[in-house]
Design a protein around this ligand. Structure first.
Ligand code: AMP
Length: 135
């Protein structure tokens, strides 16, 4: 399913481009939570992070710190959140993988509520995770 970010990647819709390379595009969010709120997307078209190839994941990881430094330099912010939503219940609205870089300014913008619980059955979780991660 095509998304609005496909149109940006295809050049059919403009964006305020922050950074671009062979695998990654970064641009200003159209409805920022704070000045400098930037979206970093892979050119690989996948809805969710876990669907990305290792290559696309590596390309994102390689540039996220550098793009974040540019956001901080441009805004003067010292604190920030990286947010990456997957699925509508997790507040994803655009179904193309994207990382939000959100400067934290004057205690405004992004609100986060942590509803913690007890860690249950870590060994059961680990055995399933290790099976999935086994080469
Ligand atoms: P999410 O809820 O994680 O899917 O966030 C989607 C983000 O995309 C929101 O912060 C929107 O403001 C942003 N957005 C939607 N359309 C555009 C656009 N054309 N250009 C820049 N940002 C956009």
């Amino acid at each position: 399913m095509a998304t609005i970010f496909d149109k940006i990647l295809d050049g059919a819709l403009p964006c305020h481009r922050v950074y671009e390379d062979e695998h990654v595009l970064a641009f200003l969010d159209i409805a920022p939570l704070a000045p400098g709120h930037t979206l970093v997307i892979p050119k690989e078209r996948r809805a969710h992070l876990h669907e990305l190839s290792d290559e696309a994941g590596a390309a994102l990881g390689r540039v996220l710190p550098r793009i974040t430094r540019a956001v901080l330099a441009a805004t003067g912010a010292q604190h920030y959140n990286l947010l990456q939503n997957n699925g509508a219940p997790a507040h994803q609205a655009v179904f193309h993988v994207h990382f939000h870089i959100i400067p934290r300014m004057h205690n405004k913008g992004l609100g986060i509520e942590w509803r913690t619980s007890e860690l249950e059955d870590p060994e059961g979780l680990l055995s399933k995770m290790h099976a999935e991660l086994a080469p």
